[in-house]
Each structure stands twice: as structure tokens, then as C-alpha cells.
Design a binder for this molecule. Sequence first.
Ligand code: SF4
Length: 330
Amino acid sequence: MSKLVDNFGRQMDYVRLAVTDRCNLRCQYCMPAHGINIVPRQELLTFKEMYRLIRVLTELGVNKVRLTGGEPFVRRDFVGFLEMLSYNDLLDAINITTNGALISHHIDKIEKLEKVKNINLSIDSLQRDKFAKITRRDVFPEVYKTFELLEQSSLNLKLNVVVQSGFNTDEIVDFVKLTRDKNVAVRFIEEMPFNGKGQRDMKENWTFNKILNEVKTVFSVDEIQSEKSSTSRNYKIDNHLGTFGIIPAFTRTFCNDCNRIRITSTGTFKNCLFDDGVFNLRDFIRKGASNNDLKELFLYLVKDKPENGFIAEANRKKGNVSESMSTIGG
Ligand code: SF4
């Protein structure tokens, strides 16, 4: 089996696939209050096309897929796609990132899908009013109910918390306190400029060290071994059931063993989150490309993966990073 290896010897075995650019929330760090120009439905990959792309990638050594959006559960019959994807015998894990507002009545069914193991729930505040200020939607009760249901389920739960200067930095300690009695992994993520406007003015720059020091003002923490290619540096606190971690997503200190490639909901292939797209797979497929054509293409494209996110950003052709994360999938 040929493997997807770039010019730096890194093997790509993890694909992040966005199933839609639509979302039911309007998070300030992701898109403007009025939303984004969503694409016409026919420009989105179909579930069949997505299944085929994942199948071809798994025949090149990819064994893990993360499904993102927009909000994946906004797409009709998303759970049907999970069932379809579960039939791919080369896939070890199907992971999902969701904002949790639409998932609670699907949890029982998802739990039965063996390959669906990890759910990342985006929740940036534990206070209803602040949650509504950040997401511009008053759905905190639904999301918190989802949090409780997932915590009690057999699925591995991570909480994605984007640390936003001027919004939720006063809750960092509260989120860590959750790990005392709950078996949950809290992941603090540095804010990025993928918000439909570009880098916003921030009074303070909440990067990795500042977030860690904030936690250390209250807790004594021990670093724990993270998985290879993990973007998160993880910590535990004595007598806490759960753990917390910090993802230096903007300071990009984890690129040396990056194992990720991305496919957007319109079929754009990305070698790096910070590049502006290297090839449109949807058009290639719809023009009649075979699976072997796709394999040759993936092997060729991955060779050019930039060494790190800073080089990827510097090589952009469409100007500075400003596109909404909802068009990429995170
Ligand atoms: S910034 Fe790019 S190279 Fe670095 S870890 Fe992310 S995707 Fe990989």
C-alpha cells in the first residue's frame, strides 16, 4: 500500500472532512453576525462523493477521519452518513466536532456505531448570557444538556474552548474545575483569524503560556504524555477525574509531526489549515476521475505539504487569513 508521505517524511494518516459550510450558530471568532455566503447545495460534496474520497484515502494509509462543518448535524441525514462511513473496514476511528445544539436526540444511535469514538463539543462559556454573546444564539441550555448526555455516554468527550480576549478568559479556571468531578478532557484553543474578517484587535494575546499560567494561578498541574501528532499539550491535576490541554493553534508549535490533511465541504483539498487550498477534488471527480487518478493525485499533492503553518500562510495566493472557519472545517 502506498502511503501519503510529504517531503519532510511526515505520513498523513488523518483527514479532517467538512460535511457542510452551514451552521446554526454565529460564533464571533468564526464568522460575522450576519453569517457567511453559503454555497449553493449542488456545490457541496455529496455523501457518496465524501465516502469515495475517504475510501481512496484509507487505501493510502489514512485510518482516522474527523467530521466537522460548519455544524455537521445541520446537514440532513448526517447520521446516515456516519452509518455509511462505518462500513469502511480500513477506518479505525470516526471523530466528530459539533456545537452540540442539534445532537442530543442522536446520541443513542451514534453510541451504537462502533467506529464513532470521539466527540469534540465546542462550548466557549458556562454562563448562558456570555454563551449567547459569543455565539449570537441563546442555545446554552441545549448545549449544556448535550454535554451532560455525552459525559454519561460511552463516547470519549472533549470540550473545545476557544480562548477569546475580552469574552471568556475569566472562565478558564471554571472549565478546569469541571475536570474535578467529570471525566472530560477540556481543550483550550488559541483564537485564530479565521473569522470572515481577519485578525481582530485584542487587548491581550491569550497564547499557550498565558493560558497555562492562568490555570497555574489556582492549580498545581503535571504534564502528561500526549499521543504522537497530537496538537494538544495535556495536563492533569491530582484528584481530578478529567484532564485539560492547550492547543497552540495560532502559535503553531506542533507542525513538525503534523499528520493532517483537510477536505472542505466544497471539495477543496488543503495540505495545511493555513494554506488557501491546493486543488478542487469535487470538480476532478465530477469530470470523471477514477479512484486510481485520485490516488496518484493525493500522493502528488501531499508531497508539496509546507513544513509548517507559517510557511503555508506566507505562500497564500488569496491574501491574508480571513476566511470563516465554517468554510474550512477547522
Ligand atoms: S498549521 Fe499546518 S502544518 Fe501545522 S499542524 Fe496545522 S495543518 Fe499541520
